[in-house]
Structure formats: structure tokens, C-alpha cells
Design a binder for this molecule. Structure first.
Ligand code: AMP
Length: 113
């Protein structure tokens, strides 16, 4: 998997506004927020996207979701938010390192664009 900007954030080589870190993942504010709260939860393990996950990653994928819920509570938006994995170019993915978007702080429209 080619190196991405998120790998550099994990290694601390470029700055990020980190809101959570543990042995398996990192959560930080999106640099171009699409909502008042826009956080990305990423695994430290290099995985390209949801399509690249396999059975061995089941606990990791669940962990990302639970961390996103915890971060939402911590940031005061635990009552309403959206979690999104963009997968592939047609899915809107621009950074090829798995990431879970946590969006909150405004009424979110449906369907998404
Ligand atoms: P996606 O389009 O689903 O691949 O989302 C990638 C997200 O990464 C976008 O929302 C970008 O704004 C965000 N992003 C790209 N570079 C950085 C960075 N250096 N720090 C924080 N967020 C970033």
C-alpha cells in the first residue's frame, strides 16, 4: 500500500489535532471540516479501505466504531452524529488509508451527495 499523509500523522511527522490515541488507532480533527465536528478515526495498521479489511480485522473495525462513539460523547455531540467510511473513488475516498468520518454539530442531510 503506498504511503499516505495519514501514515505521516501516525508517526508524528506532520501535525494533527489529536482527540484520541491508543495502541490500535488515532482520532484527529479533519483539516477541511464538513461539519462543526468532523473527526477522522484511523487504524495505525496500514489498511487501504473497507474493501481491504479481512476477517482478522473484525475487532479492529469494531474498535474504530466504538472509538468514534466515545469521541462523539467526549466532544459533546453524543446524541446525534453520522459515521461514514468512504470506499474507493466512486465512494468519495481521497486518502487511501482506512478512515472513519465522525460528522456532527449540524443537521445532516439525507441522501448524502
Ligand atoms: P476521504 O475523502 O473519505 O478519503 O477523506 C479524507 C479526509 O482527509 C478529507 O476529509 C480531508 O479533508 C482529510 N485530510 C486530508 N489531509 C489531512 C490532514 N493532513 N489532516 C487532517 N485531515 C486531512
Amino acid at each position: 500500500m503506498p504511503e499516505t499523509v495519514f501514515a505521516k500523522i501516525i508517526r508524528g511527522e506532520i501535525p494533527a489535532r489529536i482527540v484520541h490515541e491508543d495502541d490500535r488507532c488515532l482520532a484527529f480533527h479533519d483539516v477541511q471540516p464538513q461539519a462543526p465536528v468532523h473527526v477522522l478515526v484511523i487504524p495505525k495498521k496500514p489498511v487501504e479501505n473497507v474493501a481491504a479489511l479481512d476477517g482478522a480485522d473484525e475487532a479492529l473495525a469494531g474498535h474504530l466504531v466504538l472509538v468514534a462513539a466515545e469521541v462523539a460523547r467526549k466532544l459533546g455531540v453524543g446524541d446525534g452524529y453520522r459515521l461514514v467510511f468512504n470506499c474507493g473513488r466512486d465512494g468519495g475516498q481521497s486518502v487511501d488509508h482506512l478512515h472513519l468520518h465522525l460528522l456532527a454539530g449540524r443537521r445532516l442531510g439525507w441522501p448524502p451527495g
